[in-house]
Design a protein around this ligand. Structure first.
Ligand code: PNS
Length: 164
């Protein structure tokens, strides 16, 4: 039985993330989508909100489970007996950081492999921060997020927009 983790901040989940998660769900028996803390990012959505979005957009994928974890990814992988991390790689700019994370996780948990899936070309430019910026300034995020969570994202980000 193959069990892998798709980790990330998912702040919020984009169609690019969904592409990676659904491709992983075809390759492995079980996929755990783990919402984790990235200490270098200041999130706009709580972990509970991000998990809620992820549960909605992965509802049709039977072998996908969504969890939140406030700790090291390498420890969580050990705890849930996952054998690999699956991450999407968009461009060379992602590589250095992902390579460092992969080696760090391997050092912390030598049984843990990292598998990189090349992003689908139509999502190469896409990121959660781009989605947030478009929504905050009243742009249309329809092409970038799943229809079932679009309105919630827009409502939340417009409401919290700072007034200068
Ligand atoms: O979507 P992101 O922000 O690129 O995901 C990064 C994430 C959340 C997977 C990474 O920051 C992470 O693994 N956080 C948990 C803490 C951890 O294990 N850090 C790496 C070892 S220092």
């Amino acid at each position: 039985m193959s069990r892998v983790i798709c980790p990330g901040s998912f702040d919020p989940v984009t169609v690019g993330h969904i592409d990676i998660i659904s491709r992983a769900s075809k390759m492995f028996d079980e996929v755990i989508v783990a919402v984790l803390v990235n200490v270098s990012k200041k999130p706009s959505f709580s972990i509970a909100e991000r998990m809620n979005f992820l549960r909605k957009v992965t509802a049709s994928l039977e072998n996908v489970e969504v969890v939140g974890f406030d700790g090291l990814l390498a420890d969580y992988a050990k705890q849930c007996k996952a054998t690999a991390i699956v991450k999407g790689l968009r461009a060379v700019s992602d590589f250095e950081y992902e390579f460092q994370m992969s080696l760090t996780n391997k050092k912390l948990n030598p049984d843990l492999e990292t598998i990189f899936l090349t992003t689908s070309s139509e999502y190469m430019y896409l990121s959660s921060s781009i989605v947030k910026q478009i929504a905050q300034f009243g742009g249309d995020i329809t092409p970038f997020v799943a229809p079932c969570i679009k309105d919630e994202i827009v409502e939340r980000l417009c409401k919290n927009r700072n007034i200068i």
